[in-house]
Design a binder for this molecule. Sequence first.
Ligand code: R5P
Length: 290
Amino acid sequence: MKIVLGPASTQLGESIANLLSMEKVPVHFKAFPDGENYVRLEGSVQGEDAVIVQTTSPPQDSRLLQLALIADAAKRNGAGRVTAVVPYLSYARQDKVFLQGETVSIELVARMLKTAGVDRLITVNVHQEGILGRFPFPAKTVSAIPLLAEHFRRKGLEEAFALAPDEGAMHIVEEAKKVLGGECGYLDKRRDRYTGLISVEKKSLRVKGRPVVIFDDIISTGGTIVAAAKILKELGAGKVYAACAHALLIGDAEKRILEAGVEEVVGTESVPSRVSKVSLAPLIAAELVR
Ligand code: R5P
């Protein structure tokens, strides 16, 4: 098995390869003057199972196409089974038809990857796990939440309250609670399907004077965390932190979150940035040798 270093996740790919003492295959990539992507494997995968590590955080479309091109290149160059490790799986939030006339984007992405040569996929905290059962190849999601919770436990936040912004994220805070040891709960968040605006209802939570970590799968515009932090402040919570697997942090999201009174935002290399303080390498390495 060889680790193919996708251009979007070179560092993560190297860390995984180092942990598993596996050979790395660098990828030469460039964009042509008109914007088209070009990739070339700079090592042999002939007769080898290939693990391509490539996240698809923004710019999503370009990174998805790079992944497809690399998978195709791997198969053309004699690779056996091709595994795509895609920490942030873009388009996964469009996992059903919400409004008439839409499509299920993630299903098309999966078919596209299958056509490109992907035989198996590993992702991290996919938005709805159920969607993976409809992929045309085996696909699995692993959770970064215990590692994120461990980050806060090491900072001395044992017994912190783990808060989910909505009931759908309760499974996330149940995982965090196992590490932090405190309580967990959720708020009632709603999103307008047309405007995208969210509203979060205030409710009674046992957070007065206690540190709280808000856990979510994704932080995008930061609207969810800002609304949740505002309610926590009204409830008299102690210090508030935010953690997620995928810190997209679009525009000035981080600034707005900090201005809302959040002490720290923590993410992983699924979206490489300065808040990628928790590494996915041990989690993914363990999954690859399972
Ligand atoms: C949606 O259900 C997700 O779990 C996140 O809560 C959402 O993507 C966060 O988006 P934003 O940061 O724009 O509020």
